[in-house]
Structure formats: structure tokens, C-alpha cells
Design a protein around this ligand. Structure first.
Ligand code: NA7
Length: 548
């Protein structure tokens, strides 16, 4: 059935790195497309996360697109780990280069999406009244975009300023002369704390669970260290998708920690610590799998914390002891532990002094009230599913995504969802996404999706849907792979533990990029056996000319 005039071939939700990449791809295939973006500009995560110290924990030379040589070769990163303003500039540069903004409606949030069986298309409602219809719905909403602000007693009566790291104001915030509390010590808190300590008169860091953090060893980059100028750097960017994490690391020892001598272990870990960054977790082959090996590495980091932090009692409170290193995402910092040696900084251990609630001018913890002017929530996100289940998505037979995922997210390959025809998630639950370099994950998904849409165009199909059988099988596999790692051993956002009432399911795919890449390539090579096209199972649908 023909679609009405105001329709597009594709609607994309989100104009972060995933949405921008997808827009460019579907345009290049000659399809019409509209993107809806809640922010006033492109950038997604890097538009919203403007807090002091916000910085990527992937090196810039890997944190850039590879789908077009120009936008990777002509761009220069000024530092090893680019800060938010520079990454935001990169997103804007890409938008300018491809003139992406003309197809993006900014300041507009999608508040409902319904699949219409008669037309094989999606109808979208937005808060700006700009409704739309499209054959395909691509969800590029980001894995960490629905902020988690805990419901704490009395918060509405707090007279001071409150901020969340993921919804930072556009204008600079002045903390000079103020008493500030930061709640949360994950990646965002670990980046914020040293910066706020420099600015605020007094800083309380409210810690529920200590993090393992590795020094970034950030530094300025020279002209000869750029993708455009250095053939080795360039070659490694293109090689990145073949690695387990989408990042090329050097000097790593593939052996198991338990198989090397104590001397070799110490030497290698010291080398990796000096090198800095999240690559520390790859220093040996089995840190993420073997409990004993992991314990040695965790001990090594705890020893460094005790070296950095002068007060032994504070150092002990900063040492994580109840989960394996890496089971919560490793943090990458600049001067985090050293910050606790400052006179104006106090670590508040919420396990000893739980938050009882807010007063108009402070927070009551344990038996005392901290006088604070400002509270900064670095309390994370309803990760991976929050933005999707809150969008009011209704698939076939009125099935709501929020209901379909009530017991946890289920996808086929992290891309499609049974009961939701013509809908694809970029870097969705069940894909490597947050466990690997996100830009590599995004480009891989966008290419796969682009190929699927082209396959459908060539075959004349107007509808695809994931089979329940394929989805069940993939969910089982994702769970099996996770169970073989130590990743499920922490109360992390990977398992939804940070959101009260969220089902405890390990959400990303932990098998690494090569295994995943093979699996999604196999799906295509076998003729999409996990999909049904226009009611016909994929593997038996004739392709291209045969069908037309
Ligand atoms: P994270 O990693 O989810 O960290 C959130 C922090 O906030 C963490 O320390 C939490 O402690 C703490 N938190 C959350 N809720 C509360 C309440 N109610 N009371 C006290 N403390 C709380 O989010 P980030 O923004 O730091 O990082 C997210 C990702 O962004 C990161 O992994 C990178 O991929 C980039 P908990 O550990 O739950 O005890």
C-alpha cells in the first residue's frame, strides 16, 4: 500500500554519533530520512555531558568515524583522550561536512511510535507536534542517555542548586566559594571530583561503592600523531574493528596472569599502569575471566590507591573489595585518588553513613548534616533500555516495548526485536555496544542495517520481523557468554542493578567484536534466517532479480 505524502523511508531517533552515521548511510542509499533529536544540536552523549572534566575514555584516534576518509583524515585531536568540547566540535564538524542538519528536527522528543500493519510503516508522535510516518524506525538513542536521579527524601525542599552530570547546563557553572556534594563515584564522578575540588571551597564526595580507576596519562598530541599525518595511526584505526574491543592496544601479554611468575606479573602490570587508560584491563589475557587472576590485578590497583592516598583510613574506604576489577566499567582518571589528599575534600562513605534525606540547606548522612550549596548527581543512567522503553513504542498487535521487555531486554543480535517489525536498534542490548569502542559498534550496526534495507529494496519486501525463535536463541547465547566472564559478579548498570526494580539481566554481548562480527555476517550470508520478510522466512526468500 502506498504511503501518504508526509512520510519518509526512514525515521531515526537521536542525532548522536549513531544517528548521524545512520542518516548519512540511508541518504547515500537514496532513501528519504528525518531525524528527531531532543537536544538543540548534534552530538548526543557529547551534547548533554558538559560537566567539568567530561572526557572520553577511548583515545581520540579510535573515537572517530572511519566510514569516510575525509572526516577522519582532516580532523586533528589535540589530546590523547579528547575532552567533551572537542568531541562535540567533531560531531558538529561532521554535521557540517555532510550537511546533516537539514534532515534533523532539533529540540524535539519522540513520545510515541506505533507500527501500522496495513501500511507496514511506523507513525511517530513528537512533543513538538511534528508527527511523521516512515517505513523503517531506527533507534539511535544512545546507551547512556536517560539520567538516573535517585528519589531521596526531602529533595524537593532543598534550596540549593542541583545538577546531573548527564544534563549539564550549557552555560558555565561557577562553584567558587561554594560547598558542594557529589553523589556517585562511577566514571562521571571520578572525572568530576578533581575538577570540582579545584573550584569549590568545600567538596563532599558521597560514595556508595568505590570504583577501580586507572590513570589516563592524558597528554597533548602532536601533528605527527594524527590519522591524517601518520600512516601507522591511520592503519590502526582501520584495524580496530578486528580487535576484541575496537581499540588497538600494544604491549599486552596474551598469557594468563596465573601462568606467569610474580615478578613478570608485577612488571607487566606496572608497565600497563604507567601506559595508562582502560587498556590496563587487557594487560593479560584472562583478567576478565579468571577469578584468581583478577584478584592479583585488583590487589595491584588497591596497592596503588594506598600509595596515592595519604590518610590510610580514606585509602581503605576508596578500595573496592566486593566485586572483581572490570565487572563494573573500569574508570579512567586524571588525579582522582590524589584529590583526597586535599584539605577541602572529604570522602563520605555511604555504607557507614547512609543518606537519610535532604534539608533545605544540606544532606543528612548517618547522624550528621552536611551543609551544602550545590548537589551534583553523578548517579548514572537507566542504561541501555531506559530511553527505549520510555518512548512509547508499540509494535504489532499493540505490543508495547516496555511490556515486551518487562523481564529484561530481548533482541536478535542486539539489532531487532520480535513483535516490532521494521524497527532496528543501533548498539542495542544484546550487542557489544558499551563493552567496546562505541564508534566502531555504531559503524558496524549502521553498515549491517544499510545492507538489510538495500536487500529489502532489491527484493521488494516492505516488512521484516525478527522471529521469536531467533531472538530466544540469541538471548540464551548472550547470557551464556556473560556467565563465562566475571562481568555478572557486580551490581552494575550492565545488569540493571543501579535502577530500583529493573530486572537483573546482563544486557550487552560480552563475546567481543570478532565473534559478534562473524555472527552478524553469517546472518546475512545465510539469507537472514532470523528474519521473516512479508510473512516469508528470510532464509527461503529469493533475493534481488530472482524475486522481482
Ligand atoms: P555509573 O557508572 O552508573 O555510576 C553512578 C554512581 O552513582 C555509582 O557510584 C553509584 O553507586 C552511584 N549511585 C547511584 N545511585 C545512588 C544512590 N541512590 N545513592 C548513592 N549513590 C548512588 O554512572 P556514570 O555516569 O559515572 O558512568 C556511566 C558510564 O558513562 C560509564 O560507565 C562510562 O561508560 C561512561 P553504586 O555503584 O550503584 O553503588
Amino acid at each position: 500500500m502506498a504511503l501518504t505524502e508526509d512520510t519518509y523511508d526512514v525515521v531515526i531517533v537521536g542525532a548522536g554519533f549513531a544517528g548521524m552515521c545512520a542518516l548519512q548511510r540511508v541518504r547515500s542509499q537514496g532513501m528519504t530520512c528525518r531525524v528527531f533529536e531532543a537536544g538543540d544540536d548534534v552530538g548526543g552523549t557529547w551534547y548533554w555531558n558538559r560537566y567539568p572534566g567530561a572526557r572520553c575514555d577511548v583515545e581520540g584516534r579510535f573515537y572517530c568515524y572511519s566510514f569516510d576518509d575525509r572526516i577522519s583524515h582532516d580532523w586533528t585531536w589535540s589530546e590523547r583522550y579528547p575532552a567533551q568540547p572537542e568531541i562535540y566540535d567533531y560531531a558538529r564538524y561532521v554535521a557540517d561536512e555532510f550537511d546533516l542538519r537539514k534532515d534533523i528536527t532539533f529540540g524535539t522528543r519522540v513520545v510515541g511510535a506505533r507500527f501500522d500493519e496495513d501500511t507496514d510503516s511506523w507513525t511517530l508522535r513528537t512533543d513538538g507536534g511534528a508527527d511523521a510516518r516512515a517505513r523503517f524506525l531506527l533507534l539511535a538513542v544512545g546507551c547512556l542517555s536517560t539520567s538516573n536521579v535517585p528519589e531521596l527524601p526531602g529533595i524537593a525542599g532543598f534550596a540549593g542548586r542541583t545538577f546531573h552530570s548527564g544534563q549539564w547546563p550549557r552555560e558555565p557553572v561557577d562553584f567558587a566559594g561554594r560547598s558542594v556534594a557529589v553523589i556517585g563515584t562511577g566514571s562521571s564522578g571520578v572525572q568530576l571530583v578533581p575538577q570540582l575540588a579545584e573550584q569549590a571551597e568545600r567538596l563532599y564526595v558521597l560514595q556508595r561503592t568505590p570504583s577501580f580507576s586507572v590513570p589516563a596519562r592524558n597528554r597533548k598530541l602532536g601533528d605527527t600523531e594524527q590519522i591524517g599525518t601518520n600512516p601507522t595511526v591511520r592503519a590502526e584505526r582501520y584495524q580496530a574493528p578486528q580487535t576484541r574491543t575496537g581499540i588497538v592496544y600494544h604491549g599486552l601479554d596474551p598469557r594468563n596472569v596465573v601462568d606467569v611468575s610474580a615478578g613478570d606479573r608485577e612488571e607487566q602490570l606496572r608497565w600497563a599502569w604507567t601506559e595508562g587508560g582502560a587498556g590496563f584491563m587487557q594487560a593479560f589475557g584472562d583478567i576478565g575471566r579468571n577469578e584468581e587472576s583478577n584478584g592479583y590485578v585488583a590487589d595491584f590497583v588497591r596497592d596503588r590507591i594506598r600509595e596515592y592516598v595519604i590518610d590510610p583510613a580514606v585509602a581503605e574506604r576508596l578500595c573496592p573489595t566486593d566485586y572483581p576489577i572490570g565487572a563494573k566499567r573500569i574508570c579512567v582518571d586524571t588525579g582522582y585518588y590524589e584529590t583526597y589528599n586535599r584539605d577541602n575534600v572529604e570522602l563520605v562513605d555511604l555504607r557507614a553513613e547512609p543518606i537519610r534525606g535532604f534539608t533545605p540547606d544540606g544532606i543528612t548522612v548517618g547522624e550528621r548534616t552536611l551543609d551544602v550549596d550545590d548537589v551534583v548527581f553523578a548517579t548514572g543512567y537507566d542504561a541501555m533500555t531506559g530511553s527505549l522503553t520510555r518512548m512509547g513504542i508499540e509494535g504489532r498487535d499493540g505490543l508495547r516495548l516496555a511490556d515486551a521487555w518487562a523481564a529484561g531486554p530481548a533482541t536478535h543480535l542486539g539489532l531487532g526485536v520480535a513483535g516490532f517489525p521494521n524497527m532496528l536498534v543501533i548498539a542495542g542490548p544484546g550487542s557489544p555496544s558499551v563493552l567496546v569502542n562505541m564508534i566502531v559498534a555504531i559503524e558496524q550496526h549502521v553498515a549491517w542495517i544499510g545492507d538489510l534495507l538495500e536487500y529489502m529494496r532489491a527484493s521488494g519486501a516492505t516488512r521484516f520481523e525478527v522471529t521469536a525463535q531467533a531472538q530466544d536463541s540469541w538471548v540464551r547465547h548472550v547470557n551464556e557468554v556473560a556467565a563465562g566472564s566475571l562481568l555478572t559478579r557486580a551490581a552494575s548498570w550492565y545488569v540493571g542493578a543501579n535502577i530500583p526494580g529493573k530486572p537483573r539481566i546482563f544486557m550487552p554481548y560480552a563475546g567481543g567484536l570478532p565473534a559478534y562480527t562473524q555472527r552478524i555476517a553469517d546472518e546475512v550470508a545465510a539469507g537472514y534466517p532470523g528474519l521473516v520478510f512479508d510473512g516469508v522466512p528470510g532464509a527461503v526468500v529469493a533475493t534481488g532479480a530472482e524475486r522481482t
